[in-house]
Structure formats: structure tokens, C-alpha cells
Design a protein around this ligand. Sequence first.
Ligand SMILES: NC(=O)c1ccc[n+]([C@@H]2O[C@H](COP(=O)([O-])OP(=O)(O)OC[C@H]3O[C@@H](n4cnc5c(N)ncnc54)[C@H](O)[C@@H]3O)[C@@H](O)[C@H]2O)c1
Length: 332
Amino acid sequence: MNNYDVAIIGSGFVGTSLAHFLQNYFSVKTFDIVSQSSLLTNSKIPHELIDITDFNSLQKIGNPKVIIHSAIIQIPKINEDKNLGYNVNVKGTQNICEIVSQNSSIQGMLLISSWHTYGEQQLKGLLQENIGYRPDMVEDRARLYALSKTIQECLIRFYDEKTPNKIFGALKIGTVLGEGMPKGTAANLFIEKAISGEKLTPFKHSMNRPMLYASITDICKATKNFVNLIIEQKKTSNNSIEHVMNIAYPHPISILDLAHIISNSVNKYTNGKIKPEVSIIDQGLDEVGSSTDKDNIELDVSKVKNFLNMETLTSPQEQIDILIKKKLSTTN
Ligand SMILES: NC(=O)c1ccc[n+]([C@@H]2O[C@H](COP(=O)([O-])OP(=O)(O)OC[C@H]3O[C@@H](n4cnc5c(N)ncnc54)[C@H](O)[C@@H]3O)[C@@H](O)[C@H]2O)c1
């Protein structure tokens, strides 16, 4: 299968979910430096090993119509091996852009980007895609990641502007809530603890941090519609910001809210048999932000509504309920 619809590079959490969903609409192949996720074993989606830091290795992709780029070196690895972080996140993205640019069969690419390019601190008002990049406004541990995502978006945008007949776009996704979430995320830790009846223990210093969350189902639907946009070649503007779109539930919640949502959901769906307590841990560190910070921000999602037909977006509450119900049905 050398000619096919969609190549998904990076089949980690997001890439695997995308492959699952998109196979219902397109011919799909996954690519990663490691073997295919066991979650895709029965899906019959072809998978090949590639290393995006090696330009020649990218020839294995063949002739898809669209590439989705979801490969990344995450926190904490990016801080432990900065050269690897640079090579994969920056040079790897440049290599993918170049392949898209050179191969006449490929009509465009979609980067899975992040709301972290806006920074997390002192955010105010309506967050539109054109407000710029604030990679310094994150915790120290997240700076290289935020810089990576910013550089990636800038590369994508430059290629979009210099390549007349192809679309290079980005979806700036919120922190993802969905099955298969990485184990170390706050949402996953809280869910695991809540279902076991343990206390949920948000840290006092970070509990007010406003978080923008996105449901994996919404991301999959928006990606499908973005792929169609690329295939239909609806390049209506030469300003690359038109191909960068936010997707998350527009109203942030704090980490403390998340703990309460999860606790209440477990209480509700176990009919009160499990009532996980939320117990705040004070480590004596300075608090980041206040409880009203989340009320100062709204994510502008008008582009995904208008261009990708995402009329309704799933709230964190709705997505958590879905996850808890599923989890309880498999643990009983
Ligand atoms: N998970 C989230 O909550 C979240 C939030 C915002 C943005 N994002 C973005 O979504 C994208 C996907 O994130 P994820 O959570 O699925 O990450 P992940 O770590 O689960 O998956 C990344 C994949 O990239 C692969 N990879 C690493 N180096 C590679 C290389 N040299 N060549 C080929 N593949 C390589 C890894 O093996 C892994 O399977 C990333 O760009 C991330 O920044 C994720």
C-alpha cells in the first residue's frame, strides 16, 4: 500500500486514538520509532518503524495524501535528554515538512500542537490563535516543551506560506482526556485513586492553575474534518494563521475542580458506594495563581466550529463521566 490516505507519524496516546477513529473513513498507516501500540493489534492498520530525525527513514512513508504529525519527546524526557528533544521535536518536524513539500502526492500535513504555546500564567481574555507565543509563561519544567511546540508551529506556518498548493496546519489541542491517557497525568492519577476509594490529593501550590481540557473524541472528529479540508484543497488564505485552530472545551477548570469532578462522578456512578475525599496537600510552596484565574480566560473555538463543523465540544465533566462509567464497567 504505497498510495493511501493518511500517514500518522507518532502512534503514542493521541496517534493511536486518531488511527482507531480515522480508519473508519480513510486508509491509514501508522509510523513510530517503536512498534505499534497493542491497542491497535487487532485493527489491521499497517505500521512501520521510522525515525523522524533521519530524513531517509521518512521515505518509508510512501505516498499518502495527508500526514498527521503527533510524534514528540515529552516532559520529563525532554529535560533529561535535551539533544534528543531538539532532534525529534525540531529537526524531526522540519524533516516531515520537507517530505510534504517535496512529495507531489502529499497534499498537506496537520501538526498536533498544544495550548501550551500560549503559556499558562497570567492569561486573560479570549485566547485567539493569533495572540502570539508565550513559551516563557510556563513552569520551568515545561519551558523546553513549550518552546518545542512554538518552534513546530512556526515551522508549519512558514511552510504553509511558502508552499502555494499545500496546506500545513496545526490543531492546538487542550490537555487530552480520554481512554489510554498517560499514567502520570493528573486526570489519570485522580481517576485511578478515586476508583480505588483513595483520597485525591491536589497540591495547594498548583491547584488553582487553569487548565484547558479537550476530549479525545472531539480531537478525532476535528482531525477527520481537517484531513478532508486538506484533501479538498480549500486553501482560501495565504495567511498561515488561518490553518492553526484551537480545540478544547472553551472554559478552563482548575486542578482542584478536576479532583472534585472526578470524586463526584465516582460517587454518582457507584451510587454512593465510593465517596473519594479531596484532600489538599500543602508543600509550603508559593501558590501559582488564584481560584478566580480560570474565570478570566476563554478559548476562542470559533474556527473549529466554522471550518471543521465542531458545533458542540465535550466538557471535562461530560468526558470524565464517560471515562468513569467505562472504567467502572470493566472493574466490576
Ligand atoms: N497528551 C496530551 O494531553 C497532549 C496535550 C496537548 C498536545 N499534545 C500533543 O499531541 C502530540 C501527541 O502527544 P501524545 O500524548 O500522543 O504523546 P506520546 O508520548 O504518547 O506519543 C509520542 C510518540 O512519538 C514517538 N516518537 C518519539 N520519537 C520519535 C522519532 N524519532 N520518530 C518517530 N516517532 C517518535 C514516540 O515513540 C511516541 O509513540 C504531541 O505533539 C503533543 O505535544 C498532547
